[in-house]
Design a protein around this ligand. Structure first.
Ligand code: GDP
Length: 310
């Protein structure tokens, strides 16, 4: 059975890791948000792709919640000493990916190619596909004006009030190699509990991608990022409030309306006005067992939808 997952960084990688405990890794394809990608100190950084690589390779820092575990910080110390920008932290090990990616780009390789090379180097059989090899930049309109994603998310810690989100370059971006096939050929399509506005919307903004999902024969199941009306992490709840949306699973289902056939919500949550079939499990993913349970529940709901059992 082939499963394709749309995912952002940390929240999405938890679900993808859970899937790898249930299915052979080669049966899983992750289509990853690249709207957060940016160039820093001349280096091309792909935060969500790298989070997925680190998570699946068992190299992520689970306590800090981003970057590599066991990281050292000599490079940043030297940058600070020289008066360089310190608002974005680059660990020494992390730096290797960005330098190698820069070198690959200089040789004319694409983001898809360099991502596949990293996955091979760490013996990952899960297919990790950038949503596009063309640059797409998530731009956040706030009461402080239009900000690049990293300025909003890292430098300003999501403090400015958000009014809207747009995706620079999305009009002309093409789906990355393999992306449309992974959607059309999937037996199940999942949308990870990644931020629907900042992590999943950029993927859906790539021309042809949303239509491919709508036309795909596979059932589409999203995992809600909300538990008891709160986001587990990050700005999802704050952003929803600023957009005037109730902090409910119904808002998530409405956001994905026309796209999803089912929604997985937390066991303690009310389905409320959710217009698609709902399944429940404890969706907080602390342990590997939690990740496996949530992945299994999402697959079970998709399976029930595929056989018309809901
Ligand atoms: P980022 O790209 O690293 O910011 O991460 P994502 O967009 O992939 O994930 C952020 C979202 O994941 C937030 O909206 C969180 O509420 C959600 N999230 C994180 N951990 C969990 C979890 O354990 N369970 C559920 N249901 N959602 C989670």
């Amino acid at each position: 059975m082939k499963v394709t997952v749309l995912t952002g960084g940390v929240g999405g990688a938890k679900l993808v890791l859970g899937l790898t405990t249930i299915l052979p890794a080669h049966a899983i394809t992750a289509i990853v948000n690249t709207g957060d990608d940016f160039v820093h100190l001349g280096l091309p950084i792909s935060p969500d792709i790298d989070t997925l690589l680190y998570t699946l390779a068992g190299k992520s820092d689970l306590e800090r919640g981003w970057g590599r575990g066991g990281e050292t910080w000599s490079f940043m110390a030297a940058v600070r000493e020289l008066g360089g920008p310190a608002w974005f932290n680059l660990g020494d090990g992390d730096l290797a990916l960005h330098v190698l990616r820069l070198a690959a780009f200089a040789r004319g390789e694409s983001l898809s190619q360099v991502t596949a090379a990293f996955a091979r180097a760490w013996s990952l059989a899960t297919t990790i596909l950038p949503m596009s090899d063309d640059p797409v930049a998530t731009l956040v309109d706030t009461d402080d004006g239009r900000l690049s994603f990293q300025d909003y998310f890292v430098a300003r810690q999501c403090a400015p009030s958000l009014r809207g989100v747009s995706f620079g370059g999305a009009d002309t971006a093409r789906p990355g190699p393999g992306v449309l096939d992974a959607i059309a050929g999937a037996d199940r399509i999942l949308i990870a509990p990644s931020n629907p506005w900042l992590s999943v919307n950029p993927i859906l903004a790539v021309p042809g991608l949303r239509d491919a999902i709508v036309l795909a024969p596979a059932p589409v199941v999203a995992v809600s990022p909300l538990i008891a009306g709160q986001a587990v992490k990050g700005p999802t709840a704050k952003l929803m409030a600023e957009l005037g949306l109730p902090l409910t699973n119904a808002s998530i289902a409405t956001h994905y309306s026309g796209l999803i056939d089912g929604l997985l919500i937390d066991a303690g949550d009310d389905a409320g006005e959710v217009a698609v079939p709902v399944a429940r499990t404890a969706t907080l993913m602390r342990s590997l067992e939690d990740r496996a349970r949530v992945a299994q529940a999402a697959l079970d709901l998709a399976g029930a939808l595929a056989t018309g059992a809901t």
